[in-house]
Design a protein around this ligand. Structure first.
Ligand SMILES: [Zn+2]
Length: 114
C-alpha cells in the first residue's frame, strides 16, 4: 500500500481572492469593468460612486414628493437634483467612446491601499 501525498501549492492565493461573498467595504473596493460590445472599448466605474448617485436620486425623489404641496422652491430644486444625477448615471452607463449602452459588465474587487 503506497500512500500518495499531494501537496497543493498556491492554495493561499485562492484564499486571498475577494468575491462578492467576502466583500468588506471597509477593506475592499468594488468596481465594474465594462466592455463595449460595439467598439470594444473598456472602461471602469467605481461601484461606490454609482451607489452614491443612486442614493442621491432616491433622497431627492423623496424631496419632490414630500414638498409637493408646500415649498415649491425646494421641490423644484429636488427635481433638478434628480435630473442632474440621472444624467450623471446615464453617462456612466454608456460607452465613453461611442455612447452605446450595449456592454458587458464584470465586477472587480480590490484590497484598499492604506
Ligand atoms: Zn463603444
Amino acid at each position: 500500500m503506497v500512500q500518495i501525498h499531494v501537496i497543493v501549492i498556491g492554495v493561499d492565493m485562492n484564499k486571498m481572492k475577494i468575491t462578492k461573498d467576502n466583500f468588506d467595504p471597509k477593506k475592499h473596493v468594488a468596481e465594474f469593468k465594462r466592455t463595449c460590445n460595439q467598439c470594444k472599448k473598456i472602461w471602469h466605474s467605481l461601484a461606490n460612486r454609482e451607489k452614491k448617485i443612486k442614493d442621491n436620486i432616491n433622497v431627492n425623489n423623496w424631496g419632490v414628493i414630500g414638498n409637493c404641496c408646500g415649498d415649491k422652491g425646494a421641490a423644484y430644486q429636488a427635481k433638478r437634483n434628480v435630473e442632474a444625477n440621472q444624467t450623471e448615471l446615464d453617462k456612466i452607463k454608456k460607452c465613453p467612446k461611442c455612447s452605446s449602452a450595449d456592454y458587458k459588465e464584470e465586477p472587480l474587487y480590490y484590497e484598499k491601499k492604506l
